[in-house]
Design a protein around this ligand. Structure first.
Ligand SMILES: Cc1ncc(COP(=O)(O)O)c(C=O)c1O
Length: 377
């Protein structure tokens, strides 16, 4: 009987990993080296001529990072993956390999604030036109199309408003107009959703978040077809957005427990969302796993393993009440990142006093108790 293909949880641990060929070390070593040496000049000349097949300089390629890239490609279900110094590097590379001066990009209007900066300021400065649209409303996307439109960029679940994009529907539109579909899947991780299976051409992540999972490194990933990712590799080389071998190793260690952590994030966020929705001091809660979420049906259809660890909420009142609540939290921290085992809240006056909550992996009773006491003040 043929061996069945390994399941996601097994891939997270085993994919890409091999016993170290030099020392037989069980764990992938940190190849903390800038360069690599060769027996002969001829060997080096050949390596430099074939940069994708040899290690000679760690901006271009590094063995620790290469193991991580194989693991992440297996998790995304992509032909290849490229690890970058940050999520923003992955966003920028994805855009730069998909559009050039004179082209037009459609971007979802709700997205991570620095991605918005990149699309609204840096892309136009490079001669690329950009329009922001609500990707949940196909008629507005259609209306924004131009003859030179080449790309559609959206987050699978948006930061910070928790909107849900229907990726298969976006694929149909992209097929009809020959657009490259780029999905930022940071909020879900490949454990919950694999955009390539729904038709995305390229997937990007802030790997700083769930893929790493422990809030101890900044990193990014771009996954997709071999040729596209290879073009990304050359861009990374010339823009210099390589990750350090040590950060690759941290990410490698974190990615092995992605399924375990995501199951806890799912359960905790759903329970916290239900608690908050029933609380009199909370004006609204947005979590794709709640029936009250505007795209609840789309989320249920797309995410079979749960709805992730992110939610948005609003405390009744204004800025004063938002800050009073956040300041009263004792265990949960106030901070801008997410996808960590620690619960973090991000109060956002510029988004109508929305509070973004990254629900961690602590015991749910302790998270709820902290929110309850802070709301009672
Ligand atoms: C959805 C999303 N995409 C991209 C980024 C950028 O990632 P990084 O901070 O790793 O550069 C972030 C960061 O918060 C994000 O939330």
């Amino acid at each position: 009987m043929p061996t069945p293909a390994p399941k996601f949880g097994t891939l997270a641990i085993h994919a890409g990993e091999n016993r170290d060929p030099v020392t037989n070390a069980h764990n992938t070593p940190i190849y903390q080296t800038a360069t690599f040496t060769f027996e002969t000049a001829e060997d080096m000349i050949q390596a430099v001529a074939e940069p994708l097949d040899h290690f000679f300089y760690s901006r271009t390629g590094n063995p620790t990072t290469a193991v991580l890239e194989k693991k992440l490609a297996a998790l995304e279900g992509s032909e290849e993956a490229l690890v970058t110094s940050s999520g923003m590097a992955a966003v920028a590379i994805a855009a730069m390999i998909s559009a050039r001066a004179g082209d037009h990009i459609l971007v979802d209007e709700d997205l991570f604030v620095i991605s918005r900066e990149f699309f609204s300021k840096d892309c136009p400065a490079m001669g690329v036109e950009v329009s922001f649209v609500d990707v949940r409303r196909m008629e507005t996307v259609q209306a924004a199309l131009r003859p030179n439109t080449k790309v559609l960029f959206a987050e699978s679940v948006t930061n910070p408003n928790m909107r849900v994009a229907d990726v298969a529907e976006l694929r149909r539109l992209c097929d009809a107009h020959a657009l490259t579909l780029i999905i930022d899947n940071t909020f879900l991780s490949p454990y919950l959703f694999r955009p390539i299976e729904s038709g995305a051409d390229l997937v990007v992540h802030s790997a700083t978040k769930y893929l790493s999972g422990h809030g101890d490194t900044v990193a990014g990933v771009l996954a997709g077809r071999r040729d596209d990712v290879r073009r990304g590799r050359f861009k990374l080389d010339s823009f210099g957005q390589c990750i350090s071998p040590f950060n690759s190793w941290l990410l490698l260690r974190g990615a092995r427990t992605l399924p375990l952590r995501m199951r806890q994030h799912n359960a905790n966020a759903l329970a916290l969302a239900q608690f908050l929705e029933a609380h009199e001091k909370v004006e609204w809660v947005r979590y794709p796993g709640l029936a009250s979420h505007p795209e609840a049906e789309s989320a249920r259809r797309q995410y079979s393993k749960g709805f992730g660890g992110m939610l948005a909420m609003k405390v009744r009142g204004g800025l004063v009440e938002m800050n009073r609540f956040a300041n009263a939290l004792e265990m949960c921290g106030i901070g801008v990142s997410l996808g960590d085992v620690f619960t973090l809240v991000y109060p956002r006056p510029k988004n109508n006093n929305l509070i973004r909550v990254s629900v961690g992996c602590e015991e749910i009773e302790d998270i709820v108790a902290d929110f309850e006491q802070a709301l009672s003040r």
